[in-house]
Write a protein that binds this ligand. Structure first.
Ligand code: MN
Length: 254
């Protein structure tokens, strides 16, 4: 092996201090790739002009689709934007959605978190709801508006996992506790989206893409928080890591 696997982090585009444009990703994403996965984190500037999807797949061995404040643009799933949808990051949409589709087809490992989870669903033909707490019977899944990071990322609700599913196999349990920092959620699951985890109010929180050739899981919560110690986060990232090492081995053999 020449080097450890590289995990591309699909970066966010935003205005620092509301005026200076930057490409960025949270440091927790890099830390989990380095410290739990034993892989190399590489933040990708999400702009389709800079690199093709094939070039990104050649550079990296797997991809992490992280959380972010801007939502996937509703035109990507045939809905009209309203103020309820908040801010957008069209360049990330244009990189993330085709990258998910192509990786799933190729078997290159992909893991989605929060916005990444929503990107998986949209990439596979599903739709999103801009504010799930407005759906009758649903809870508020947003983070507390105030407080420390520890309070914002604290465990908030249970998830029931599908018995016999991929998540249950990895986590060796069908009931787990997770944090919750999302306003959006899945409205209709795409045809190949297998929902394997539900919050107590039936909001989908863990998905697997059926008939994907490789590792293709996504979660609505933020497993990068406290990933070294958390009994749910750690096995998920370890499994993602194994998939990236396997992918790299296979590529080297070719
Ligand atoms: Mn939640």
């Amino acid at each position: 092996m020449i080097r450890r696997p590289i995990i591309g982090i699909v970066g966010n585009n935003y205005l620092m201090n509301e005026e200076y444009p930057v490409h960025a990703s949270g440091q927790m994403n890099c830390a989990v790739i380095s410290e739990v996965m034993n892989c190399i984190p590489l933040i990708i500037p999400s702009n389709p002009m800079y690199s093709s999807i094939d070039e990104l797949m050649h550079i990296c061995d797997g991809f992490l689709f992280t959380g972010a404040q801007p939502n996937v643009h509703p035109e990507e799933y045939g809905h009209h934007p309203t103020e309820a949808y908040g801010k957008f990051d069209r360049d990330r949409d244009r990189v993330a959605l085709p990258l998910i589709r192509k990786c799933v087809q190729a078997g290159q490992p992909v893991f989605g978190v929060c916005r990444g989870f929503q990107e998986f669903n949209v990439a596979m033909g599903g739709t999103l709801h801009p504010e799930i707490r407005d759906i009758p019977g649903r809870d508020n899944h947003r983070m507390p508006p105030d407080g420390t990071l520890e309070e914002k990322f604290a465990l908030r609700h249970k998830i029931d996992l599908q018995i016999g599913g991929v998540f249950e196999r990895i986590l060796k349990s069908n009931s787990i506790m997770v944090n919750s920092l999302h306003g959006q959620g899945i409205l209709e699951a795409g045809p190949r989206i297998m929902i394997e985890g539900w919050a107590p109010d039936k909001t989908p929180e863990a998905i697997n893409i059926t008939e994907a050739k490789g590792f293709a899981l996504a979660v609505q919560w933020h497993p990068e928080w406290n990933a070294k110690e958390d009994p749910v986060s750690r096995p998920l990232f370890e499994e993602f890591s194994k998939a990236a090492y396997r992918w790299q081995d296979d590529i080297v053999k070719i």
